[in-house]
Design a protein around this ligand. Sequence first.
Ligand code: ADP
Length: 268
Amino acid sequence: PPVPPSGGDPLAPPQTGSTDASVLLSARGIRKSFGTNEVLRGIDFSVRRGEVVTLIGPSGSGKTTVLRSLNGLETPDGGELAFDGGPTIDFSRPLAKADRIAMRDRSAMVFQQHNLFPHMTVIENVVEGPIRVQRVPKAQALAEASALLDRVGLAEKRDAYPFELSGGQQQRVGIVRALALKPDLLLFDEPTSALDPELVGEVLHVIKELADEGWTMVVVTHELAFARQAAHEVLFMDGGVIVERGAPGQIFTNPREERTRRFLDRIL
Ligand code: ADP
C-alpha cells in the first residue's frame, strides 16, 4: 500500500516503489447499461503511473460513467479492471468485498460539485475520510490536512464552513479532501464546470500543479485548453465508445476520426 511522502512537498503523490512507467490501471471491455440505455459499449484503456489521461466528448457520451466505474460508484455489467499489484476485478461475476475495497482505496474522486459536508469545517471535511475510513490517528490526519490546505492557499480557511468559501475555494477543498486519502489515482469529474468563469483558473492551476508533481489522474473535462496543456493522453468518447485516442498535439491539431473533428469544430 502507498505510504505518505516523507517530509517533502505535501502535494507530492504517495511513493509506491513501483517503476515509473508501470501501468497503474487497466480497464478492458467495460460495459454498462442503465435499463435499455447502453451507456458504455466496451471501454479499453490503461493509465501509467504519473500519467494524466483526459476524457473528452459530447454530453451523454459516457465519460462520467467511466470515471464512476473506476472507483465503485457504478458497477459495470461486464469487463475487467486491474490495478497494478492487485487482482483482476471481473465485472461479469458478482464482486467480492475485496474487489470493492480495492476500487474504493486505489482512487479518490473530485466531483463536479464539491460535495463537502455543510455542517463541518474545512479541516473537519478533510480529515473525515482519513480518520473514519482509514483509521489514521487524529493528530497525524490534522497535521497532514493542514499542510495540504496550506499548500493550496487555504491555510486561513481551515476553520471556516463551506458556505463561507467561494466556489473555487470549495472545489480546492474538495481536491485536498481527495489528496488526504493518498490514493494512487485521482479522478476528476468535470471539476470546473459548476464554477463561475472567473473561478475556473484557480482550480485548474491546482490540478496542473498536481499533474506536474507526478500524480496519476483521469480527468473528465470540457476545458480543452487544460487537456491540451496537462494531458499525456486524450481519449475522445462518443456513444459509449472511445472513438479516438492520442497525444493532445495529435488529437487537437490532426484528429483522425470525422466524429472527433466535428466535436472539436463545435467547441473550439
Ligand atoms: P457524460 O459524462 O459523457 O455526459 P454520462 O456518463 O454522465 O455521460 O451519461 C451517459 C448516459 O448515461 C446518459 O444518457 C445518462 O442519461 C445516462 N446515465 C448516467 N447515469 C445514469 C443513472 N444513474 N441512471 C440512468 N441513466 C444514467
